[in-house]
Design a protein around this ligand. Structure first.
Ligand code: AP5
Ligand code: MG
Length: 189
């Protein structure tokens, strides 16, 4: 199995670059954001709960998020590997992911960290907000998402660096240039 975490701030290109990695390694894509937005669309109980947090740019509580992820991993146990996009977002989630994958006899193999300056992140998200229909792609919520990222998620960079798993990738330039950098970094390991 090959399990990749694609990591980065809001707008860093996690979803965009996941598409390349899926095609190359035949991985099962778990985007926790997409999963939650699907629940919101279907107006499930989870969707109603999640919407309150997403609209405020806040994280869904760890316990809830971990139980959702555990269900996906369980139902996709035939997969060749996973690409985790938007998860983990806290140290507690990283610990839970480690425990979950261990139960399935596997682990996180590498963390692709897309590094993009803050002004470019905001620019990308504001541009997407013109057509995405995403309730969190507006100036005020983007600010909050970035703030939450710095406080709660960024510490994972050190966490995975200490474990020798973090691959820092320059996330600026064209989508293809970035995909090439990721490819080279992963195959070199
Ligand atoms: P989530 O959906 O994960 O959103 P996010 O992390 O804020 O990131 P985005 O999806 O906006 O950006 P991305 O990095 O995927 O970039 P993309 O490829 O789209 O989470 C949303 C919310 O759900 C959270 O705020 C939270 O409330 C909740 N949530 C999700 N997971 C959770 C968890 N684990 N725990 C708790 N709560 C959770 O690219 C962005 C834009 O830039 C696109 O328009 C794209 O076309 C463009 N772009 C991409 N690459 C380039 C490039 N090289 N040059 C120019 N433009 C580019
Ligand atoms: Mg995304």
């Amino acid at each position: 199995m090959l399990n990749i975490v694609i990591f980065g701030a809001p707008g860093a290109g996690k979803g965009t670059q996941s598409d390349f990695l899926i095609a190359e390694h035949e991985l099962y894509h778990i985007s926790t954001g997409d999963l939650l937005r699907d629940h919101i669309k279907r107006q499930t109980e989870l969707g109603i709960t999640a919407k309150g947090f997403i609209d405020q740019g806040q994280l869904i509580p760890d316990e809830l998020m971990v139980s959702i992820l555990a269900d996906v991993i369980k139902t996709q146990d035939q997969a060749k590997g996973f690409i985790f996009d938007g998860f983990p977002r806290t140290i507690a989630q990283a610990e839970a992911l480690h425990a979950l994958l261990s139960e399935h006899g596997t682990q996180v193999h590498c963390v692709v960290g897309l590094e993009v300056p803050e002004d470019q992140l905001t620019e990308r998200l504001l541009l997407r907000g013109k057509s995405s229909g995403r309730s969190d792609d507006n100036e005020e919520t983007i600010k909050r998402r970035l703030d939450v990222y710095h406080k709660q998620t960024q510490p994972l960079k050190a966490y995975y660096t200490e474990r020798g798993l973090y691959h820092a990738i320059d996330g600026t330039g064209t989508v293809e240039q970035i995909a090439k950098r990721i490819h080279e970094s992963i195959t070199k390991q």
